[in-house]
Design a protein around this ligand. Sequence first.
Ligand code: HPA
Length: 280
Amino acid sequence: MSAETLYERVEHAARTVRARRDEDISVALVLGSGLGAFADDLEDALAVPYSEIPGFARPTVEGHAGRLVIGRVDGLTLAVMQGRFHYYEGYSFDEVTFPVRMLGLLGIQSLILTNAAGGINIEFDQGALMVISDHLNLMGINPLRGAHDERFGARFPDMTEVYDREFQEIAIEEANQMDVAIRRGIYAALTGPSYETPAEIRMLRTLGADAVGMSTVPEAIVARQMGMKILGISCITNLAAGLVDHPINHEEVMEAGARVRDTFKQLLRRIIPRLKSSDE
Ligand code: HPA
């Protein structure tokens, strides 16, 4: 164990990335399971494998490439995390949230978190997109637990508006203009990796959840603590347990992600320039 604090380790990672590419980055994205294709469209791209960034863990899940891609889209420089770390892989919450904290220290103010999720709201179809309006942290742990370092932000950060309202409107407007079905809803995060039981899905519906997944929430909490504005988008890759008469499996989740790939890429492309201009 090194004697460095978490903050210093995150700073070291940010310095390492800056040494490879020192540019003002407008917006950062974290791409979830099966949704990594957006990174392939970046121009003048530099891909840094996570193994080359000190302090980063390595993803173990299929569908997560495990690299940070910095490049341009429509004249804006973006940082794209192609693959994330999940708690169910055995990582600590510090490891799970390390990349987002590094993005914060790189000066990123607008963060798009994407994920694959199971649809709980019975009005959702497979392949639908959901703009996250709020979340339920049901992971049983909070990423801010432990020693507090105020350089990351407040000890007790406010979570009234984790997902920026204006960003939600922008995403919905752009999807509507593309004629893409999009809904707003509440994302419940569980640790996984087993999928839920039908009884658990009924419980989550009673609690007000519209979708369920195994990521995003820890990242959103640390990003809010650092003052970033967040847009969360879930791709409803399957209807949750008990809503369909067949078992849920990771292949189905990946395939559904692949089917919406082009739509999702185009939507992100339309949203991103508007997030940039709204934080100026
Ligand atoms: N449950 C939890 N996580 C998920 C699901 C699901 O049904 N689909 C994609 N990620």
